[in-house]
Design a protein around this ligand. Structure first.
Ligand code: SF4
Length: 320
């Protein structure tokens, strides 16, 4: 694994596997290789663009939406994605969740019967030890029957060899589970990653994909068409495609919303409904996720679009 600090601020990490799939300037390369433009911080960019800190209810638990909570089980990933909206959280030395932090989180969920889904996130939850993962899943399962567990991960495409027999057994023991994958480019679908996805499928894990619309990486109808048709072929449902969040130093990777809407409209004419993800954005400032279309933009000025959620919260997103 390659891991180094290129400058005081810039974190760089990638697996040898993922690096070997890329060449300089390619769509895969740009996802992990630092760009000098990352030192450009726009006024409206934020350390915590989704304002998750505002919704922390215990040291590792975020309760933003009524029916679901997010458990941050680690700050580690095997690859640092240049566009990551938690880039200021990743690799801060807080490592994997402790037993007492799991207990605190589970106590909270137990007391909040409105919580129906628990999403393991981070960092990448599949970087924690199998023993710790098993313990987290078992403790969540014991809270009450019917809780849905989702795991957000890039491991099947970043290091497919980690989808081991041991992991598959843990997943089977804690079924039903959903994986929220992040696959952004069709070149991430290789014989190795497809084999890993098939193993997960065979184990009964539901597979959903959330990609991020990224300038110079996948902002083309042809690339997205190949990606979504390829995902369907391996039984992964394209779920969301996200407008880039306003993380610091990511402006060069953001596609203007006006262009995003054009791409999505064109894509609808090219692929079936089942292959089509929902275009969505997290409203900056903690407004949560909304579906992005012309109707969700309630106002605009020279610099910003104004977006409103169902609670009436209005946040602004830059036009460029
Ligand atoms: S794997 Fe996810 S959490 Fe980790 S750097 Fe990439 S986007 Fe961020």
């Amino acid at each position: 694994m390659v891991k180094l600090l290129i400058s005081g601020m810039v974190k760089y990490k990638v697996t040898e596997y993922f690096k070997s799939l890329s060449h300089e300037g390619s769509g895969l390369w740009k996802q992990f290789y630092p760009d000098p433009r990352e030192s450009i911080f726009k006024d409206y960019e934020l350390e915590d663009p989704l304002s998750e800190n505002k919704y922390l209810v215990s040291p590792r638990l975020v309760h933003r939406y009524k029916d679901r909570v997010l458990m941050l089980v680690t700050d580690q990933c095997l690859m640092y994605c240049r566009h990551c909206f938690r880039k200021d959280f990743i690799d801060r030395g807080i490592n994997e969740i402790s037993d007492s932090e799991i207990d605190l989180a589970c106590e909270y969920i137990k007391k909040h019967s409105e919580v129906h889904e628990v999403i393991l996130s981070g960092g990448d939850p599949l970087t924690i030890s199998e023993c710790k993962l098993s313990s987290v899943l078992k403790k969540i399962r014991q809270i009450r029957p019917g809780l849905i567990i989702r795991i957000g991960t890039r491991i099947p495409v970043v290091e497919p060899g980690l989808i081991t027999d041991g992991l598959i057994n843990i997943l089977k023991e804690n079924s039903p589970l959903w994986f929220l994958l992040q696959i952004n480019h069709p070149d991430e679908l290789t014989p190795d990653s497809v084999a890993a996805l098939k193993r997960l499928n065979m184990a009964g894990v539901g597979l959903l994909n959330q990609s991020v619309l990224l300038k110079g990486i996948n902002d083309s109808v042809d690339i997205l068409k190949r990606l979504y048709q390829g995902l369907l072929e391996v039984m992964v449902k394209p779920y969301y495609i996200f407008q880039g969040d306003l993380a610091r130093g990511t402006s060069h990777l953001r596609v203007p919303i006006s262009r995003g809407l054009e791409i999505i409209n064109e894509l609808k004419g090219e692929i079936s409904g089942i292959a089509m993800p929902i275009y969505a954005v997290d409203i900056p400032g903690g407004g949560g996720k909304i579906h992005l279309n012309r109707e969700s933009i309630i106002n605009e000025d020279d610099e910003f679009y104004y977006l409103q959620n169902s609670d009436g919260f209005v946040g602004k997103y830059p036009k460029e």
